[in-house]
Write a protein that binds this ligand. Sequence first.
Ligand code: NAD
Length: 507
Amino acid sequence: MTTTTTQQFDFFIEGRMGPALSGKYFDAVNPSNGEVFARIADADTIDVQIAVSAARLGFDHGRWPQMSIAQRGEFLLKIAALIRENAKELADLECASCGKTIKHTTFIDVPTAADTFEYFGKLSGNLINETMKHSAPVLSIIEREAVGVVVTIIPWNYPLIMTAWKLAPALLAGNCVVLKPSPSACASVMLLAKLASQVGLPKGVLNIIASSRPQAGAELVGSPEVDMVSFSGSTKTGEAVMALASKGVKKLTLELGGKSPNIVFADCDMEAALGGALSAIFMNQGQMCTAGSRLLVEDKIYQEFVEKLVAHTKNLKIGPADNFETEFGPLVSVGHRDAVLKFIEKGKQEGAKLVCGGRIPGRELSPGEEEDSPLHKGAYLEPTIFINVRNSMSIAQEEIFGPVLCVIPFTSVNEAVHIANDTKYGLAAMVWSQDLEKANKVARRLRCGTVWINTYGVFLNEIPFGGYKQSGFGRELGLAGLLEYTQLKHIATDTTPGGRSLVTSWF
Ligand code: NAD
């Protein structure tokens, strides 16, 4: 069951848990029932400054950057262990925060977050230090070092996993970090902050704050005490972050939005492709950066595929996220649900044909009638499918970030590739075909950071993930993800025989 009592969550700043200086809290609302289930400490500008200064002091004067990778990894392993010990409470909070089904938070979000801390915690050795041999009488050592103070900002759709993806590599590399989750869904992250406060990290190494104020993120990015920003969120906010980070020339990684094509060829395994298409758009109610929101189906199987897909979709069990039977929960908030409904109206106006969903589920209310259905109290929306979509329509071009699928037919490989690439985004793509040679050729022509062939949503701690084009730059996870949080240093020592340095003979 979702947590019903109102819990209170504080910040983790300067090595301890505490409230905002103002003593203010903001409400966390459960989108399954519209009820307030938690109160979160609310950072003002001064709290933001204290968090950043704590990280600055921790980096400039603390022992964290000088510790070995193995020593820092021990702390990550302790965090992972605490996540596993508190798995149920974290899964309940994640479910109550963002409306993600309890099945999802229990079996995916919480264990994945622990796995990521463990993966990075167990990486040992140096961060690729090299001694280079070259013709000059100079010994070159190339080392990777931490960047310094890193601000990490995450969205609301995968709070725990995004937290792990950013904190584990940033800390392992020796940085001191400030993390800010989204105010729309952050209770689980604030519990994680409390757990992290128990592992004995040196003061200032990790700081986690939340704020109801939209400016809080900008204040973090703009702080002159910050060296690097690692941002995940929408492309629109990413542009603002990039502009702000240019002041002070901060290092930046951006993991942004997507409009991923899911290409289904006639020679696919149809049951597998149907399952993949459903997962790609309706898992987490379509609120995934890698959502397969454009379904491209070869004309030979178009009709059959769409009929089967609609039938499956109509059978999805919609309900409160805290029920293990629920397959499709609410969206993150009523405000976001209403924004998605506007896209659905736009799709109809643009001439796309609505063949499934598109409405708030539950019985229709008469004017003035009281809302009594549990589904009316939450942020629910039926899973929605449009056919007869042209790729130029705004529902096919803009990231809706909800359960709205645009189905587009194609007749040839070239046409499929052209439609797939005809977007400003480049995060992920799926290809379904039993001809693996063809599928691989197509994968290489797609302009995006990840292509899944005959599968969907394979994320591995060892494998880097990130975008092309306006889906951002930089990578999360894997060695590439870890190295984002480092910078290269060259230490050159003159080794001229006899000790007479090269430069002494110039003037
Ligand atoms: P958002 O861009 O509205 O907010 C993301 C975060 O940025 C939040 O913590 C928010 O408080 C903060 N923020 C807002 N304005 C800011 C500013 N001016 N400066 C700094 N920070 C600011 O995104 P969202 O609605 O929370 O999340 C959905 C978006 O995230 C979608 O576009 C989705 O595709 C994207 N996303 C991308 C990835 C990825 O890895 N590529 C992963 C998850 C989500």
